[in-house]
Design a protein around this ligand. Sequence first.
Ligand SMILES: [Zn+2]
Length: 222
Amino acid sequence: MSNIAQLGRYSWPEAKYSLKNAKVVLLPLGGLQQHGPHLPLETDNILVGYYGNRVGERVHPYCAVAPVIPYNIGLGFENYTGSINLSEETYSLMLRDMIKGFKKDGIEKFVIISVHNNNRTRELTDKVAQELGTYIEIMDVWEMFDEDDILESGKGHAGEFETSQMLYISPESVRRDRMDVEDGALGVKGKPILANEKKGEAIVEYLVEKMVSKVEELLLRG
Ligand SMILES: [Zn+2]
């Protein structure tokens, strides 16, 4: 995978050229959150970074990919060590400042890549978009993935769905000897033990195609 669309790798003159061509900036919204005993805290950062690169590569040069935002608003995991929650206020302020910065460089459309659907994030994001008179779409992996027959135990947090994606994208990050966790135990929903690389490949490739189409649609809308 190349990093041709990653804005953070450019020098400023390169970024100037890139943002002149780009019509959309992708904002990968990760987070530092517990993901059971078998996945790292930075699971969401790994996932959104990967999707950002894959989509950016395909839609180059019409979109640029911002660096991963490594923290997110609360997902209710306060009691798990290492789960860091931004307040809603901090999230809104951060998003506002980022959008303002990119608007100054001529970008009017943004797509947040999210791996945790959350109605509150959507409300706060819409509010920022309205205030700044810009367009911010959220592409959420959990909402976009509707091929549920691939999974045997649903899409629970840190379960079969996320673990399969991680086994495909970042196998070295998965503690395979700790995947046999009961549904509802240790911060896990569903059954990570049912995850495998093959399911991960099917999920990830399906989602990449869907995301690329969505961004292309946005570009065609002008
Ligand atoms: Zn996650």
